[in-house]
Design a protein around this ligand. Structure first.
Ligand code: AQP
Length: 334
């Protein structure tokens, strides 16, 4: 039997949402909610794989929820909730820990990046994070997962885990193999300070990213200070090889104008970066600042945000409880 189309995706409440989250994920979420049923989750269990101050975590869960709504998600259409409120995520994650292989985990590049040089000191949760991500998706038998390019490897792993579960327990097609939905032409948005690193909430320097709550002045300052090189904007794409920072700024411009890099190069070729940066700042301000203002307004009414999450939890639980019951039967629990 073919599984019904369903989208699942999550965002960690680990700080303010940034332009990378918006272009790589949220923009896609908003257009998907008009195409199929969608579940969008504030993945707070993932957030604690690196220690988080409980007070800040609580704030960030509401901040991310406000970000969802401010970017255009409609809680009447889509299910919006926080992961820890549906126990099926943790239950299925344990079962999938027993299906997934250590060798598979060892190949995950995000663990290597996040654990850094001191792997022995990283939490076990950070190591098995991809199994929890697989559980998040499979708990709802989701068929589509919109993610940024940085999560592609984790999604491939979720497919491997689903396949192995179906084979091990002779339950053909029980879990659908989820499809990644990665936006065309959009690879990662990179740090404004280092074009080889992705823009990230947990990067120490605030100058590395544009937060959705940044003021006009902050955006102008960050773009002005963004690393570039001394050459002007080239005519051809091939001339951007080995110029990661230049490529990143031009890509951001392209994504925000819904055009491709060739079109942007045609428009901007020969310009000095200082002039281009002024246009880029104005463009970012026109998209980001209205979202930031909405986030601020939504955060003034915390009880409204909690109500949205609670309603989402009830709707998500209905699906999760049915599916986890089936999983337990398949595994042989009494
Ligand atoms: N730089 C990026 N470019 C494109 N897409 C991105 N995403 C994140 N950064 C970029 C996409 O945003 C969604 C939510 O990501 P997340 O916050 O759950 O986790 P992350 O990928 O680990 O994001 P950060 O900002 O790097 O968070 P921290 O620093 O806390 O780990 C995902 O779909 C992701 O692909």
């Amino acid at each position: 039997m073919k599984n019904k189309e369903l989208t699942f995706s999550g965002v960690q409440p680990t700080g303010n949402l940034h332009l990378g989250n918006y272009l790589g994920a949220m923009k896609n979420f908003v257009s998907l909610q008009n195409k199929m049923p969608c579940i969008f989750c504030v993945v707070d269990l993932h957030a604690i794989t690196v220690f988080k101050n409980p007070k800040e975590l609580r704030e960030n869960i509401l901040e991310t929820t406000a970000g969802f709504i401010a970017c255009g998600l409609d809680f009447n259409k889509s299910i919006i909730f926080n992961q820890s409120s549906v126990s099926g995520h943790s239950e299925l994650a344990w079962i999938l820990n027993c299906v997934s292989r250590v060798g598979w985990m060892n190949r995950m590049t995000q663990f290597k990046e996040k654990a850094g040089s001191n792997k022995e000191n990283a939490s076990v949760g950070l190591y098995v994070y991809p199994n929890l991500m697989a559980a998040d998706i499979l708990l709802y038998k989701a068929t589509h997962v919109p993610v940024g390019d940085d999560q592609k490897q984790h999604l491939e792993l979720a497919r491997d885990i689903a396949q192995k579960f179906n084979n091990d327990f002779q339950s053909k097609n029980f879990f659908p193999l989820p499809e990644p939905l990665i936006q065309k032409n959009l690879s990662r948005i990179m740090s404004l300070r280092d074009g080889k690193k992705k823009m990230s909430k947990s990067e120490e320097s605030e100058y590395s990213r544009i937060d959705l709550k940044d003021s006009e002045d902050e955006i102008k300052k960050k773009i002005k200070k963004a690393k570039t090189d001394s050459l002007p904007i080239p005519e051809k794409l091939s001339e951007l090889i080995n110029r990661p920072e230049a490529l990143n700024l031009l890509s951001i411009y392209s994504f925000l104008t819904n055009s491709n890099l060739e079109t942007t190069l045609n428009l901007m070729k020969g310009k000095e970066f200082s002039k281009f940066k002024n246009e880029l700042s104005d463009l970012i301000i026109s998209v980001v600042c209205p979202i930031g203002k909405k986030i601020e307004n939504l955060k003034k009414d915390k009880s409204h945000l909690i109500k949205i999450l609670n309603e989402g939890t009830s709707r998500a639980s209905l699906i999760a409880e049915k599916n986890i019951k089936e999983v337990k039967e398949i595994v042989g629990f009494v």
